[in-house]
Design a protein around this ligand. Structure first.
Ligand SMILES: [Zn+2]
Length: 134
């Protein structure tokens, strides 16, 4: 099973996180959404994001590794990689992009957004994850 996914992420308080090549970034407390794609094994990728013990590889790993950060919900959609950037572009119109985050491989301004209003991901074709996470 492959597809794209959105992680709804809670940042409990204002934090500074060292995001590898991006350097130290400030995240104010609030809710964020991260858009990603797994074209081989979606469940494995999501399990990896939820796991506490992993090698830091992507920008998102640095953020999720912080003790004040946790994943609240996971949404997924069986769609190709091109949809990942379409969703990111849509979100950058309506939410606050965290510049340069998670988009080393594409031309998007970001794949991580701080949510002002709670965006309706179901309207964008996503389903809430039924795969058990804990
Ligand atoms: Zn993109």
């Amino acid at each position: 099973m492959n597809g794209i996914y959105c992680l709804i992420i809670n940042v409990k308080k204002n934090i500074n996180v060292n995001v590898g090549a991006l350097g130290i970034m400030q995240f104010s407390n609030g809710t964020y959404v991260y858009v990603g794609s797994a074209q081989n094994n979606l469940k494995k990728r999501i399990d990896r994001h939820l796991s506490q013990n992993k090698k830091i590889h992507w920008h998102i790993d640095y953020l999720l590794n912080n003790k004040n950060v946790n994943i609240k919900k996971v949404f997924y959609n069986h769609a190709g990689k091109e949809e990942e950037c379409k969703v990111a572009n849509h979100l950058s119109d309506i939410e606050e992009p965290i510049k340069g985050f998670g988009c080393s491989d594409c031309n998007c301004s970001s794949h991580l957004f701080r949510l002002g209003s709670l965006v309706n991901l179901e309207e964008l074709g996503f389903k809430e994850n039924g795969m058990q996470m804990e």
